[in-house]
Design a protein around this ligand. Structure first.
Ligand SMILES: [Mg+2]
Length: 201
């Protein structure tokens, strides 16, 4: 039986980046932005944070221990384990190196803490251009990543029977308007339902 190659992004698919990042900003700069506001602005955060913070909002993620201390999203621990154990899937986590050693280190430490079997089995790939990976499905909160994967699969590899899944986040509410997105799910239970009933069926 051909296994389905499942590629999972990490931040905001498995690890709850937004809650920690927003919380750290609010406590450090004595502000009260909601996760919805914080995540909804995403790449323009420097414009909504306090002026004394500005671009430094992105540096918060480079602090020692930041990625290590993220918490898995609700249902992620169980869902990832189920996908890993399922004989019909071949599972990989593909997450950006992020251009900073402390971030890369923290990401690996997060997996050592919550998903040690993925480390032991070489399932973690630190790489930003996810479209370079052949897969039957990519789950990502970034529409940009999904679009690059979609284009690479169709235009370069010539594969059309694959899936792109947007994991719901404040910054991708319009995901279903994009031709490169097959479905947007709001939670791990919804994601597992889609993968098991549509992709693995
Ligand atoms: Mg992400």
């Amino acid at each position: 039986m051909n296994q389905k190659i499942v590629l999972l992004d990490s931040d905001q698919v498995i690890a709850n980046l937004l809650d920690s990042w927003c919380g750290l900003y609010n406590s450090r700069y004595d502000d009260a932005l909601s996760v919805e506001e914080f995540g909804g602005t995403w790449s323009g955060l420097q414009n909504i944070v306090k002026p004394e913070c500005g671009e430094k909002v992105y540096d918060l993620m480079k602090e020692e221990g930041f990625f290590k201390n993220l918490q898995p999203l609700s249902g992620a621990v169980e869902g990832v384990r189920q996908l890993y154990d399922d004989k019909r899937t071949d599972l990989y986590i593909v997450t950006a190196y992020s251009g900073h050693p402390e971030m890369a280190k923290g990401k690996v430490e997060f997996y050592e803490e919550h998903f040690p079997y993925l480390i032991e089995d070489d399932r973690i790939v630190l790489c930003k251009p996810k479209q370079l990976f052949y897969g039957d499905v990519l789950v990502d909160d970034s529409i940009e990543n999904l679009e690059k994967f979609y284009k690479h699969m169709t235009d370069v590899i010539g594969k059309h029977d694959f899936y792109t899944v947007a994991m719901g986040a404040p910054h991708n509410k319009d995901a279903m308007e994009k031709p490169c997105v097959d479905v947007r799910v709001d939670s791990w239970p919804e994601l597992m339902e889609y993968i098991t009933s549509v992709i693995l069926d």
